[in-house]
Structures are given as C-alpha cells and as structure tokens.
Design a protein around this ligand. Sequence first.
Ligand code: GLA
Length: 405
Amino acid sequence: MTVTDESLVTAVTRRFSSAFGAAPAGVWSAPGRVNLIGEHTDYNEGFVLPFAIGARTAVAAARRDDGVLRVSSAQYPDEIVTVPLSGAVPGAVSGWAAYPVGVAWALGVRARGQGNGLPGPDQRSGISLCIDSRVPEGAGLSSSAALECAVASALNDLWGTGAGRTELARACQRAENEAVGAPTGIMDQYASLFGEDGGAVFLDCRTVTGESVPLDLAGAGLTILLADTGERHVNSDGGYASRRASCERAARALGVPALRDATLAGLDRAGTALDDETLRRARHIITENERVTETVRALRAGALAGDPGEVGRLLTASHASMRDDFEITTPALDLAAATAIGAGAFGARMTGGGFGGSVLVLVDSRRSETVGDAITGAFAKAGLTVPTLRSVTPSRGARRDAGMS
Ligand code: GLA
C-alpha cells in the first residue's frame, strides 16, 4: 500500500502557511511514472505500458476571492508567481510556472468548451497553490506530469469542476502541449492519474482507455532498478518534436491515419516512398507496439514468476530499437543498459522521451546490488558521472492526501 510521504505533505502544508498566511484547504499529490515499455508510441495512437512510482509531487491549495492565481514552489523558492485567472493563458508565464498556470487554463477551457454546465474560466475563484516535489526533474520520470496532475486534482476539487480522471489527463496533456510547448502524448498524465499498487497501466492511446496489468515484482522476487544517467533532457526541444514529425510524415507516406495502423509488410511495400531514416523511425513504432502487446500477454500469462527472461528480452529489444531505429538513446544510456545485461539482468531499456534520463533494469532481487555495482563501475571506468540508482514499484495514482473532507 502506497501512502504519500508524510514529510512531503507536512512540508508543503507548512510552506503554504508561511507563503500565504493561512492553512490550505487541502493537499493533493500525484506520482511520477516509469514506462515499462512502449516508447514514443503514444502520439502515434499506439500502446504503452507505464506504471506510477512512489515519488510524488504534492500541492497544497486553497481558494481566494480575488480572481488571482498565486503559485509558490519549494523547488523555485525565490519567486511567487501571480497571474489573474482571466489572463492565465498559454504564453502568460514561462518556466516552471507554465505548468500550473497551463493546467488552470486547460481545465477551465475544457469545462466551458464542452458546454456541460461545469464552471468556465469566468466562474472560477482565485487559487493559492504551493508545490513541493520528490520527483527528480529531467530523469525521464515525468516530473512534469506529476506536477500537472497534482494541480489538476486540486483545482478539480476546489472548483467543483467534476471532471473524471480521463478528462483531467487530457487537460494536463493540453497544458503541456499548448502552455509549455512540448508536443507530448498522453501517456505520462494518464499513468500519473490511473496508477495503482501492484499493477502497470496498459493504455490504448487511440481510444484513451486503460486496463490494469499485474506487476507483482516482490512476489516474483524481482526488482526494477533505475539508473539515472544524470543527463538532462526536455521534451520541448528539437529531438522529441523531430521524432514526432518523422512519424507523422511516415504515416502520410504510408496512407494510414497514424503509425498505429502501419505494418512491417506495408513498410516493405512502400519501397522508396520513405527515405531510410523515416523508414527506421516508422519501424520502431510498429515493432514497439508489438512488443507492448507481447509484454502484456506475457505478464498476464504469469511470465514474471515463470520466465522473467521473456519480459526481459522484450525490454532489451525495445532498447535496441530506440538505439538503432529511433536514435533517441545516448552513449551513457547504452552503456548502462549493456552493462546491466552483461551483469546478469533479465533485460534493460531506456525509459521516457530519450536523449538522457534513466535506464530501467529488470533483475532478480538477489542480483540487484551486483548489477547496480557493475553499472557504477562501468561509468567510473568510462569517466562518466556515476548514475543515481533507485528501485521502483508500481504505486497509486493522483489522490487527495488531506483536507476537503
Ligand atoms: C515523454 C512524453 C510522452 C511519451 C514519451 C515517450 O515522456 O511526455 O508522451 O511520448 O516521452 O514514450
């Protein structure tokens, strides 16, 4: 059973009181996520298999009566950002505050746009928000989704918006796309909202419907180790967007609505309609979708306890595809993955948007320390900064931790 780190709830409550001079109405939190498999498939309307992790972002919040949004963050203690809600639109602020401000905007627009009688931007009160997070930024663990989903959960309750979790996920994705300018898919937000103890989230990104898939690591004597290379990335720079553009180009050339609908046979038939690079980008998406559904099948058939190597091989094949076809790994990520396998892990792959961040390693719990030491040793030998190692387990999604009873 996952409970939000008590000290995080206490810290964010205390910070709220000192920033705003009163107690918050409540505290909400949402977790980061690790993607077990299914990389860059989400915006191709394909399949993903992430799970929420124990590290969370918490938001203490209360309504105000002056129509202003005020946001304070423990990670950026030097400023309190103040925006009138009527002016909380994309481009109003930049940097870290674009996430909470973007969510306030997206939730309001969404409610009004649906004509469903929910409060639109003009009926909303002002809000004071205070943020604190244990999800490392840029590590491929989706600190941005954790922040968005915690803020969305708080606003949904405080405004009485009545949005369901899927609707909140869409609003958070919209905030990231339009207010932050990162052309990301819906995987991270969905995982942060729908995560659960002991299970991964198998999400069909076309229909935006998810199913739970058992992932009882402890019961199978397994550990998922994360090696954070320390190489930092953002999804709003060129690499992520250029991969997305290649995928859209490939879908057009293949005459399919999205690469979700493409096949390897179709790729063969396309011949020279696709240049070599675009072909390899499309091949990654096609094969990765297959690996996700294979992994789900294997997990449901009990492979974790029976033959973890079957899942491990799919993870390792995913890494190879991201390295050779999609070209989003780095030498440090490749070194971490190869070293883990060489030291006896069942499988290893980069997780997240790529160009830095973390490698996920599936390993027998009894070998986890040996594998961790091997990675540390290999990085030291290569003159690279030694990775931060942590183990992760599937944990519960966004929730209210205190107040508003
Ligand atoms: C980032 C994005 C997700 C997804 C992954 C790659 O985490 O936010 O939408 O595209 O990269 O799988």
